[in-house]
Design a protein. Structure first.
Length: 213
């Protein structure tokens, strides 16, 4: 009996997770963006505080006007020509809806921290309940056979690989979860191209390792 879920069960679980996260937060699901924000939690917490403080556009406009007047001095009001109608208040669009062509702010920081923690806890529960939990400090026998068995070299290669993955993820504007699960589901061209690049490269490297080297 296989210790792994059938493919359709895994696909169904990923679909429920992606759709549920989007419906619950009204944001795109993605792990790399969540990780980046949690790493810089002080900066992101300050941004969230400012967003909350100026949630009302009128309050934001008033604050900007007061700061400008304080710094540069209040400008004298322009005289209104005879017979002209004084300008009325400027209509400011409400913040309740999403502006077309723009993405909303990321999900709350605590939501993304819970997401990352849930990934770890979920993997731990799955490993323990299946009897496959085991602490190890290498990538297994296949990695030792194909790449290296030297522990120092292995750690250096894994570290360099992690840095390259992080760089590529930021360069592509998302990872396999953000582009592959969410972006492709929304038929975004950039996600389709990015996902094809991700997995095309993975297939090519796997073929190189197993069939050529």
């Amino acid at each position: 009996m296989s210790a792994y879920w059938p493919w359709w069960a895994g696909a169904l679980g990923l679909a429920v997770l992606t759709i549920g996260y989007t419906l619950a937060t009204d944001r795109s699901f993605g792990v790399s963006g969540a990780w980046e924000r949690v790493l810089h939690w002080r900066r992101e917490a300050e941004v969230e505080r400012r967003d909350t403080e100026f949630a009302d556009e009128r309050a934001l406009v008033a604050a900007l006007g007061a700061a400008t007047a304080e710094h540069f001095g209040a400008a004298p009001a322009a005289p209104v020509p005879t017979g002209a109608v004084p300008p009325g208040p400027v209509a400011v669009p409400a913040r309740g809806g999403r502006r077309r062509g723009t993405d909303p702010r990321p999900a709350p920081l605590v939501t993304q921290a819970v997401l990352l923690g849930s990934i770890f806890v979920g993997g731990l529960i799955a490993a323990v309940t299946s009897g496959r939990f085991h602490l190890r400090f290498d990538m297994g026998a296949d990695y030792r056979h194909l790449v290296t068995g030297n522990p120092v070299t292995m750690v250096a290669l894994l570290f360099a690989g992690g840095v390259l993955v992080g760089f590529g993820t930021r360069l592509a504007g998302g990872c396999s979860s953000g582009h592959g699960l969410n972006g492709c589901g929304r038929l975004r061209l950039v996600s389709l191209v990015a996902t094809a690049t991700f997995f095309g490269t993975a297939v090519a490297v796997s073929f190189l390792l197993w069939k050529v080297i």
